[in-house]
Design a protein around this ligand. Structure first.
Ligand SMILES: *Cc1c(COP(=O)(O)O)cnc(C)c1O
Length: 434
């Protein structure tokens, strides 16, 4: 027995009572599937420009995408059924996190609309013209502003700076020092706040409103971010086909995504449900002390409820998930699409971070390691077993595929990572005897 049962009290699963399993239609008015397709096309238009700016993107001709990697089952599963994969967004180019999808898309959309408006571009011009002096003289008059716990700031800051825009990142208290240093190195204006993420966003929004040349990337409300994240779904579909992984009534697909404000995982789930409908089962994972998405779904009558109102502290090693209030856009999109939310204890985050390294040679940050707890929540909890029964999945669990979405980690400095690893090894011994 390699499994320490005390962990069961550290994994919880909340099932979403409003899920409509077959939800595939455009029933959500803010965006539709065509908007996601337009975002995918926009990213393709910019690909040659991105390949020129970032040599690391040349092999993929400017497409920012992560591999789908086979992994060992996470430790501590009460039973092991199906195949396990990592969707390796921790390796995404430029920003080293899932934020490279939505964040870069939004800045590109802003630049494209400016360039068309100012006649820097027409249908026939290659987008690399935007790096030439005439276009740069226009772009540098404009400013991009964002509030962040760190990773969104990295994504927005880097892409804006290399495109010649001015950029200000408002960092909340949990943002790591190295992320601020990294951005300042790119010439990004980093403003440090003592308050939480919701406060940093509010200050950024107010600053941008006062400047007619500013564009505010609104992580709580932006549809451009959301559709940029959703592009991941069709990219994943192509990878599943290439791996000959079936997704249908007898081959369920389970996807586990770490959740902060809900925009990044929400976009991905929106896209996946459009493709796979009832055959994909999507779970968010949140830290027990920062579970804003679960709290909001449990209190739909109280929009913008904060975790502090239910006694949570927002203290977590998963800095990318340390968010007190969920995105209302993501909530609206997920109400009928999300299967549930798993809540992960702090000790488990680092144990899983260690095991991903130890078993699979995968290096992630604590926020991304949260995905592992999603699998455990399905297999080890009463709620997880109830879900499998209610959806008639029990006969098909042996043919299931489980995708753990590892959302960040590539840019973490070695010193910082080694500290997590050492703590994680200890926790892993305590929790998993491994
Ligand atoms: C931002 C982030 C998430 C969650 O994205 P939200 O849009 O905030 O829900 C998950 N993991 C990492 C590493 C992140 O940076």
């Amino acid at each position: 027995m390699e499994w320490n049962n005390s962990i069961d009290t550290q994994t919880e699963l909340w099932l979403n009572p409003e899920i409509n399993p077959s939800c595939q239609a455009d029933d959500f008015s803010t965006i539709n599937n065509n908007d996601v397709e337009l975002a995918a096309q926009r990213l393709d238009r910019f690909a040659p420009l991105l390949a020129q700016l970032f040599p690391e993107l040349q092999p993929a001709q400017g497409r920012i995408e992560s591999p789908l990697l086979p992994i060992q089952p996470p430790k501590g599963l009460a039973q092991v059924q199906g195949q396990f994969w990592v969707k390796a967004d921790h390796q995404l180019a430029i920003a080293g996190s899932i934020k490279a999808r939505g964040g870069i898309h939004e800045v590109l959309e802003f630049v494209e609309s400016l360039a068309l408006q100012q006649q820097l571009l027409d249908q026939a011009t290659p987008y690399t013209v935007l790096l030439e002096p005439a276009a740069q003289a226009v772009l540098q008059q404009y400013e991009v502003v964002v509030g962040s716990t760190g990773n969104l700031g990295l994504s927005i800051g880097i892409i804006s700076a290399v495109l010649g825009l001015q950029v200000t990142v408002h960092m909340s208290v949990e943002a790591r020092q190295w992320k601020k240093d990294y951005l300042r190195h790119y010439g990004v204006n980093v403003i440090e706040h003592q308050g939480d993420y919701a406060k940093a966003v509010a200050v950024g929004r107010a600053q941008a409103e006062a400047n007619p040349y500013a564009h505010f990337v609104d992580d709580e409300r932006s549809t451009s971010l959301f559709v940029g994240y959703a592009v991941a779904a069709s990219r994943l579909q192509a990878q599943l086909v290439a791996e000959k992984i079936q997704v249908d009534a007898s081959h369920p697909l389970f996807v586990y995504l770490p959740c902060g404000v809900g925009g990044a995982p929400g976009g991905v789930v929106y896209g996946l449900k459009a493709i796979y409908g009832p055959h994909v089962h999507c779970f968010f994972v949140e830290p027990q002390q920062s579970s804003c998405f679960a709290v909001q779904l449990q209190h739909l009558e109280q929009p913008e409820i904060s975790i502090y109102e239910v006694g949570q502290t927002n203290q977590t090693a998963a800095d990318g998930l340390a968010v007190p209030v969920a995105s209302q856009l993501a909530i609206a999109a997920m109400r009928t699409r999300l299967s549930g939310v798993a809540l992960v204890h702090e000790d488990v985050l680092l144990a899983d971070l260690y095991q991903l390294h130890h078993q699979d040679s995968i290096q992630v940050e604590p926020s991304a390691a949260a995905a592992c707890a999603g699998v455990r929540a399905l297999f080890n909890t009463v709620a997880g077993q109830t879900y499998i029964q209610q959806h008639g999945l029990a006969p098909y669990m042996a043919q299931a595929n489980h995708i753990l979405w590892t959302t960040g980690g590539a840019l973490v400095p070695a010193k910082e990572y080694e500290q997590w690893l050492a703590q994680g090894e200890l926790r892993s011994t305590q929790l998993f005897n491994a």
